[in-house]
Design a protein around this ligand. Structure first.
Ligand SMILES: Cc1cc2nc3c(=O)[nH]c(=O)nc-3n(C[C@H](O)[C@H](O)[C@H](O)COP(=O)(O)O)c2cc1C
Length: 335
C-alpha cells in the first residue's frame, strides 16, 4: 500500500520517494528526468555554505536549476552556524528552493576535515545550534541528512536526530550506514526503525535500496515516512515509476529502447545546456558539449548496463566528445 504523502513543514511530497544528493550526478537535467518519473523531491549536489555565503560563482553553479524544476532541496555543508545562516539566506533569496538540507554525514575529507558533514556528528549540541540558527533565519523548512554515527564505536544517531528535531528540523534523513562505511556494506534498517520510533518529525530512510521492491520493504520493515534513493537511480530514473506502480498495485512496464534513447539524449543535451548557463558567469567559458560528454560518462555506462558492446564503449569513452558521437555509440549498443 502506498504510504501517505510526506509532509516537511508546509511542503507536501507525493510520492514520498526522494532522489538523494550525489556529487557529480544530481544536476538539473537528471533531477528533472527523475521528477518526471514519480520522484517526489530531489536535492542538489552538496554545496559549500561558505561559497554560497560569498556568492562565489563556483558554488552558485551547483545551485543552478531548470525552469519548472520544483520542489528541490538545496543540500549544503558547513561547520558553523553563522556561515550556514548566511548561505541559507542566499538560498532563500534565489526563490527556487523548497527547503534547506544540512549535510551531517559526508565523510569526504574536503568536507569533514573542515568540521562539516560527518564531523558535526561528534557534537550533537552543535547540530542543535546550527539547525536552530538556520531555522530562525529563513522561512524555508530546514532538514538534516545524517548517518548512524562516525563509526560503530561512535553510534550516536539517536542523539543527533534528537538534537536536530529539538533545533527545529522539519525532517531528518538517515543514511543507515556509518561514516566509516563510506557507501559500502549492508544498511542497518533496524536502526531506521528505532529512529522512526524515537522521533516526532518525519524520518526518511536511505541506504540499500537497490531495486524498486526494496523501497516497499524498507517502508514495511521500518515505518519510515519516505524513502531516499541514490545509486539505484543512476542509469535508472525509471526506478521511481516502478516504485509508484508497485505501491499502486499496477503492473510496471520497463522503458522501451526508444524511451531509453530519448532519456539519454535529453539528459546529455540538458547537461550541455546547463554548462552553457554556467558559462554566463565564467571569465573563460568552457566548451559545453565536450564537458557535458565527460560529465555524462558515469550516467551513460549505467544507462547501458548489461548490454553487449558496453566494454567497447567504455574503452572509447575518451573519444566521445560531442552529443552526436555519444548518441551514435548509444545507437550501436541499443540497436
Ligand atoms: C557518487 C555519490 C555521491 C554522493 N554525494 C553525496 C552528497 O553530496 N551528499 C550526501 O549527503 N550524500 C552523498 N552521497 C550518499 C548518498 O546520498 C546516499 O546517502 C548513499 O549513496 C546511500 O544510498 P544508496 O544505498 O541508495 O546508494 C553520495 C553517494 C554517491 C554514490
Amino acid at each position: 500500500m502506498k504510504p501517505k504523502p510526506l509532509q516537511i513543514g508546509d511542503l507536501i511530497i507525493d510520492p514520498p520517494t526522494l532522489l538523494a544528493p550525489m556529487s557529480g550526478y544530481t544536476k538539473a537535467p537528471f533531477r528533472a528526468i527523475c521528477r518526471r518519473h514519480h520522484c517526489g523531491l530531489a536535492f542538489t549536489e552538496v554545496t559549500s555554505a561558505k561559497g554560497i555565503a560569498r556568492r562565489s560563482h563556483r558554488s552558485l553553479r551547483f545551485l543552478e536549476t531548470f525552469p519548472g524544476e520544483y520542489p528541490i532541496g538545496a543540500h549544503i555543508y558547513g561547520a558553523d552556524a553563522e556561515t550556514l545562516v548566511r548561505a541559507a539566506r542566499v538560498i532563500e533569496s534565489l526563490g527556487r528552493f523548497a527547503l534547506v538540507d544540512i549535510n551531517c554525514g559526508c565523510p569526504v575529507p574536503k568536507v569533514a576535515s573542515r568540521g562539516g558533514g560527518a564531523a558535526l556528528m561528534r557534537d550533537p549540541q552543535k547540530v542543535h545550534d546550527i539547525v536552530q540558527a538556520v531555522s530562525q533565519a529563513v522561512s524555508l523548512p530546514v532538514t538534516v541528512k545524517t548517518r548512524l554515527g562516525l563509526s560503530p564505536e561512535l553510534a550516536n544517531v539517536s542523539e543527533v536526530a534528537h538534537a536536530a528535531e529539538e533545533g527545529g528540523a522539519k525532517a531528518i534523513t538517515i543514511h543507515a550506514r556509518f561514516a566509516s562505511d563510506k557507501h559500502r556494506g549492508p544498511a542497518d534498517w533496524q536502526a531506521l526503525k528505532r529512529i522512526k520510533a524515537e522521533r516526532g518529525i518525519p524520518v526518511i530512510g536511505n541506504g540499500g535500496i537497490r531495486e524498486a521492491r526494496h523501497a516497499l520493504e524498507m517502508v514495511a520493515q521500518t515505518g519510515v515516512d519516505g524513502v531516499m534513493i541514490a545509486r539505484a537511480a543512476i542509469g535508472n530514473p525509471w526506478i521511481f515509476d516502478e516504485i509508484h506502480h508497485l505501491w499502486a498495485g499496477q503492473p510496471y512496464t520497463p522503458p522501451s529502447v526508444e524511451e531509453r534513447r530519448a532519456v539519454i539524449a535529453e539528459h546529455l543535451r540538458g547537461l550541455s545546456h546547463l554548462i552553457e548557463m554556467e558559462n554566463r558567469g565564467r571569465k573563460t567559458p568552457i566548451p559545453n558539449e565536450q564537458i557535458a560528454c565527460r560529465r555524462f560518462r558515469g550516467h551513460l555506462t549505467r544507462y547501458l548496463a548489461g548490454r553487449p558492446g558496453l566494454g567497447d564503449l567504455r574503452r572509447s569513452l575518451g573519444e566521445l566528445e560531442s552529443v552526436e558521437a555519444v548518441m551514435a555509440a548509444v545507437d550501436r549498443i541499443l540497436n
